[in-house]
Design a protein around this ligand. Structure first.
Ligand SMILES: C[C@H](O)CC(=O)SCCNC(=O)CCNC(=O)[C@H](O)C(C)(C)COP(=O)(O)OP(=O)(O)OC[C@H]1O[C@@H](n2cnc3c(N)ncnc32)[C@H](O)[C@@H]1OP(=O)(O)O
Length: 742
């Protein structure tokens, strides 16, 4: 049985005390671990048989930092007290105590873990240890002295870069940067090397250094000021909607200008300020949401399933287009073999060429060796037919052909004939009901959705779609495949559009409706991107996806949900598709895309060309009773676009299409680029708006658009939450939908 969060200590015959941070699985710094560390260090300083101290972590990791669960479990005041108290102890007892201290780093030393190591008088790491300060990703700043000690170890420029990008470095790189003093070639040698360094420090053979007092790695003050000024400007541009990165630079600056101790005080103040900001709560929500998706009730929550885990070595990808080649690339990178099926040699060659290009670009960026690249390409086999010889060895199939139901039905009928009965058969459809695709199969329960996002080898989300027939072992093994290819999987129920595209369609339709009501499309894009923080506005996104695809997918939703969709038979997409203005791929859509210098695309607002398209669309919209709006504020635009999106998310929750609201949060961040610092769609709706405000605004919008009121009318789930005063994230616990599918 695990001892719970603590530290253990042993003292060897040479007088080296080894303190082991213990809190499985990553030795997070729970307050009990910090208290035990202080107690044992004080004991060491008082014992005559102890000459020096080595700090290490239990198991494979040194320490992943402060216990993030505390941010959710404790009041902000308690957390602040814990962090500032520990910061003081790390300086007084770890760095300045009477006995020298050495960190022995294996696995991860992140956040507070890196800061504990930086406060020691020396550091030894294994070559592939992972060291860094990722606190900014959690909406806080390093609070155990990291803003002061990291720049003093590696220089201001490098320290700033590591902190502001949340990047970690490997042990060997950390050594070359000056962050660690020695590298132990193997984990087995780590303790011995660390102990030797500690004894050298104790005997005076090595000079004992207190990081906080160091100045030797810091740039001269005038240069440092310049570096800080540039960092501030760049940060304002890169992250205009959040404050904590600037608070972090201020704390670093205080230390550079006034010395380490003053810097520590500034850090504590800045940490406390950041911890109060909504972005912190939001980003902690995202941290746990991303990890919670893997635990699915009755599948991967510890439930024992009778069907053993499948071996997942060979994947067959049906279709070598953009999506198929991306999926094949991700599978090859995970060490799998790939059978790529196409309908003719020309398409097959093009598919293999795409895989080649995807992997080659990693080689060019230095992320893949030439040897590994060749090995990966040798594991691809292109085929033109469904032969038993090729398909009997396949463990998982992913169909990635165009969205034509009949074609997909035939493919699964054929696959069932040639694949082993235990092979996972999955479809990458983005919208079609998977039970419809399975209609011609003998065993329709075998089909499962594996919805990737383009480019599939880059985008982190995998939507796993199960129907009420899907056996849990198939879901479990697709989840395992998702982990192998390093995706965040979200398991969802079966319906048109599943979870992600269900919330995408009101997003684009709301933008089209607003433009038809006279609001400038370019203004909408600007507000959604600059003010709200999406990576791009809905019209720019439409150009990226392609107007033809947008219209096709939109039609699917209009057919499935006619009572709550908006369509205009002469809308901009329809007109532009007729002119073959399909977006970026044809050089023209809502924007014009000119070839600039060095093959860079230049995006131009061509009002002369697009103006008449909107005029024509608005004329048609008037016939549909779309009002002409005036005096629409930026806030109105945000609410008219995002509240229908929240409304649809409520329906998704009510129908049980997602198991928990956090799944919706992480899915929106990873698919549509919903700002992570807003915590995902439902977290944002709850924390920044509230169910009753959203419901009342939607009712107002519905009355402003009487002919399109269905698009805005709040759904039952949203009204329930508003009426009962419960957050949308908790509505599932009391709301029972008559159409719950799972
Ligand atoms: C005052 C200080 O400056 C403030 C801080 O230190 S804030 C903390 C800074 N540290 C971090 O941000 C590191 C966060 N952790 C990670 O990046 C990754 O978890 C990791 C690289 C350590 C391990 O990744 P991986 O092997 O993929 O495992 P992962 O699933 O993420 O984590 C394993 C478990 O450890 C938990 N965990 C990881 N880091 C944790 C932390 N710092 N606190 C609490 N739990 C943590 C995860 O929630 C997960 O729990 P679960 O099994 O119950 O879901």
């Amino acid at each position: 049985m695990s001892a719970g969060p603590t530290c253990t200590m042993s003292v060897d015959r040479q007088g080296v005390a080894t303190i082991v941070l213990t809190n499985a699985p990553v030795n997070a710094l729970h307050p009990d671990v910090l208290a035990a560390l202080q107690r044992l260090l004080e004991e060491c300083h008082g014992r005559s048989d102890v000459k020096c101290v080595v700090i290490t972590g239990s198991g494979k990791n040194f320490c992943a930092g402060f216990d993030i669960a505390q941010f959710a479990a404790q009041s902000p005041d308690k957390v602040k007290e814990s962090v500032s108290g520990a910061s003081e102890i790390l300086t007084r007892v770890l760095e300045e105590g009477s006995k020298p201290t050495v960190a022995a780093i294996q696995g991860v030393a992140l956040g507070g873990g890196c800061e504990v190591a930086a406060a020691c008088n020396a550091r030894v790491a294994t070559p592939d240890a992972k060291i860094g300060l990722p606190e900014l990703q959690l909406g806080i700043i390093p609070g155990f002295g990291g803003t002061q000690r990291l720049p003093r170890l590696v220089g201001l420029q490098t320290g700033l870069e590591l902190i502001l990008t949340s990047k970690s470095v490997k042990g060997s790189k950390a050594h070359s940067l000056g962050l660690v003093d020695e590298v132990a070639q193997t984990p087995q040698q780590l303790l011995a090397v660390a102990k030797a360094v500690a004894l050298d420090l104790a005997s005076g053979k090595r000079k004992r250094v207190r990081t906080l007092e160091r100045e030797d790695r810091l740039e001269p003050k005038d240069i440092a000021k310049m570096i800080l000024g540039i960092a501030k400007e760049q940060t304002k541009k890169r992250a205009p909607n959040v404050m904590h990165p600037l608070l972090c630079i201020d704390a670093i600056e205080a230390g550079i200008l006034k010395g380490g101790k003053a810097g520590l005080a500034a850090e504590t103040a800045a940490f406390n300020q950041a911890a109060q900001l909504p972005a912190h709560k939001a980003l902690v929500n995202i941290f746990f949401a991303a990890r919670g998706t893997k635990k699915v009730k009755g599948v991967s929550d510890g439930t024992k399933l009778s069907v053993p885990k499948r071996k997942l070595q060979t994947v067959a990808v049906i279709g070598g287009g953009l999506m198929g080649s991306g999926i094949a690339t991700a599978s090859l990178q995970a060490g799998m073999s790939v059978v790529l099926k196409e309908i003719n040699q020309k398409f097959l060659d093009a598919g293999i060429q795409r895989i080649h290009k995807n992997l080659e670009s990693r080689v060019k960026k230095g992320r893949l060796s030439e040897d590994k690249f060749k090995q990966m390409m040798s594991r691809v086999k292109g085929v033109l037919t469904y032969s038993k010889q090729d398909f009997q060895r396949v463990d998982i199939v992913i169909e990635a052909v165009i969205e034509v139901v009949g074609l997909k039905q035939q493919i699964f009928k054929d696959l069932e004939e040639v694949c082993r009965p235990d092979c996972v058969l999955s479809t990458n459809t983005s919208t079609i009901d998977i039970t419809v695709i399975a209609e011609k199969m003998r065993n329709p329960e075998r089909i499962i959705g594996a919805h990737f996002f383009s480019p599939a080898h880059v985008m982190p989300l995998l939507e796993i779609v199960r129907s009420n027939l899907t056996p849990p072992d198939i879901t479990r093994d697709l989840l395992r495949y998702g982990s192998m290819i390093k995706k965040t999987p979200v398991v969802v129920g079966n319906c048109t559009g599943f979870a992600v595209n269900r919330v995408f369609f009101p997003y684009t339709m709301a933008a089209m409706l607003l433009a038809d009501a006279g609001v400038d499309a370019f203004r909408i894009d600007k507000i959604v991107q600059k003010v709200f923080g999406m990576p791009m506005g809905p019209f720019r996104l439409s150009d990226l996806v392609g107007g033809d695809i947008g219209q096709h997918v939109g039609a699917n939703f209009i057919q499935s949900f006619p009572e709550r969709t908006y369509g205009n038979a002469n809308g901009p997409l329809v007109q532009m598709n007729q002119k073959k203005w399909l977006g970026e791929k044809t050089g023209r859509g809502f924007y014009r895309y000119d070839k600039g210098e060095k093959k860079r695309t230049k995006m131009v607002k061509d009002l002369e060309a697009i103006g008449p398209v909107f005029q024509e669309s608005r004329r048609a919209a008037q016939q549909l009773g779309v009002p002409h709006l005036q005096g629409v504020s930026d806030r109105d635009i945000v609410e008219m676009i995002f509240f229908p999106v929240v409304n649809e998310a409520c329906r998704v929750l009510a129908e049980g299409v997602v198991e928990k609201s956090k799944d919706m949060d992480i899915a929106t961040v990873m698919s549509m680029g919903f700002p992570a610092y807003r915590g995902g769609l439902v977290h944002w709706a709850d924390s920044e708006c509230g169910a009753s405000y959203i419901a009342s605004r939607l009712q107002t919008f519905a009355s402003m658009f009487p002919q399109q009121s269905g698009f805005f009318v709040p759904c039952e789930y949203l009204l329930h939450c508003a009426y009962k005063g419960v957050p949308l994230s908790q509505g599932q616990s009391f709301y029972v939908s008559p159409i719950a599918k799972l």
